[in-house]
Design a protein around this ligand. Structure first.
Ligand code: S3P
Length: 174
């Protein structure tokens, strides 16, 4: 039986962490972030892992985090923006529960992620390079069970849309 988690995927800056935390509160569920799992296990901050060991090493740690997620059920899980974007990863996430893609317009997402900071994947990349990265990632995100467009919405509205979409699919399964 598939575990009944809700898994949020999407590009940096879309609000997976803040939205996920609020969604978990609304659903009375626990909230976990793959980035936090990696930091807790490794002991270094993410920018430090990128700087010292490189992106490939970080992606391996993400793979280990996905393995560890198999122990979870009934939780809300926010994933790092690049985590789903490898062969087979979306299948692994879909097996954990209902996967929701939070999408938005790239300039807005990048501006928000830059404002918050601590995103090594943004460092030194031009708008064109980020656009190319987004295009590579989009087909992976698009394999989510549900898509919620966050454009122009506040946090509460995003969470309300996710809840409505979840209710609809759960009703459809009955
Ligand atoms: C990354 C996104 C980050 C974090 C790491 C790499 C990416 O998470 O996992 O910096 O490759 O897009 P957020 O999506 O929460 O910013």
């Amino acid at each position: 039986m598939p575990a009944d988690n809700v898994i949020l995927v999407g590009f940096m800056g879309v609000g997976k962490s803040t939205g996920g935390r609020l969604l978990a509160r609304r659903l009375g569920r626990c909230f976990v972030e793959t980035d936090d799992m990696i930091v807790a296990r490794d002991g270094r901050a993410i920018p430090e892992i990128f700087r010292q060991d490189g992106e490939e090493a970080f992606r391996r740690l993400e793979g280990e985090a996905v393995e560890a997620l198999r122990l979870k059920s009934g939780e809300v899980i926010a994933t790092g923006g690049g985590l789903p974007c490898h062969e087979g990863r979306m299948d692994a996430l879909r097996a954990l529960g209902t996967v929701v893609w939070l999408r938005g317009t790239l300039p807005e997402l990048v501006a928000r992620a830059r404002r918050i900071g601590g995103r090594p994947m943004l460092a030194g990349r031009s708008a064109e390079e980020l656009e190319a990265l987004y295009r590579i990632r989009e087909p992976y995100y698009a394999q989510a069970h549900l898509t919620v467009d966050t454009t122009g919405l506040g946090l509460d509205q995003v969470v309300a849309r996710v809840l409505a979409a979840l209710r609809e699919t759960h009703a459809a399964r009955v």
